[in-house]
Design a protein around this ligand. Structure first.
Ligand code: GDP
Ligand code: MG
Length: 163
């Protein structure tokens, strides 16, 4: 059985940083065979002896255009269809934005397990600021720094417990 985890969220929250960190352990970015997945990156990694696929979304989403929110919504919907679990990444340095709320609305309706990840928790102040994300109402909420790796182990333990 193959298990797929998709990373979604608005631009600049650190999705690709987290994806690259996961892939460092076992570099295997899957080539785009079909040519239609330029806005997503597929990889394979493992944690605690469990192998799973990871999708990094939003590579071609750019800030400041009207298509912006539409494009993110599209990415989230594809992720909900393709993935077995979803990592919803947000940014503790910025706080909750309208786009985070829009993504949260879509994910609340998903029947797949969602892990809300508050990223850029590089220090205790960021953690205190990041607790506002509990208000989005996701049962599984994790605080991580994709840059240092802090907190990512606990998150991956929880995600791979589903496999
Ligand atoms: P994406 O658009 O969601 O894929 O975000 P990126 O992975 O491209 O990261 C956006 C910016 O946030 C980059 O400058 C990263 O170096 C930075 N970043 C990512 N994770 C962290 C983190 O844990 N802490 C800090 N301070 N910066 C981070
Ligand atoms: Mg990215």
């Amino acid at each position: 059985m193959s298990f797929t985890v998709a990373i979604v969220g608005r631009p600049n929250v650190g999705k690709s940083t987290f994806f690259n960190r996961l892939l460092e352990q076992r570099k295997a970015i899957v080539d785009d065979v079909s040519g239609v997945t330029r806005d997503r990156q597929y990889g394979i990694t493992d944690w605690s002896g469990k192998t799973f696929n990871v999708i990094d979304t939003g590579g071609f989403v750019h800030d400041g255009t009207d298509v912006f929110e539409v494009e993110i919504r599209k990415q989230v919907k594809i992720a909900i269809e393709e993935a077995d679990a979803i990592i919803f990444m947000t940014d503790s340095a910025i706080g909750i934005t309208d786009l985070d709320e829009a993504v949260a609305d879509l994910l609340r309706r998903a029947t797949k397990p969602v892990f809300l990840v508050v990223n850029k928790v590089d220090n205790n102040n960021r953690y205190l600021e990041g607790t506002e994300f509990y208000s989005l109402g996701f049962e599984n909420t994790y605080f991580v720094s994709s840059m240092s790796g802090s907190g990512t182990g606990e998150l991956l333990d929880a995600v791979t417990a589903l496999i």
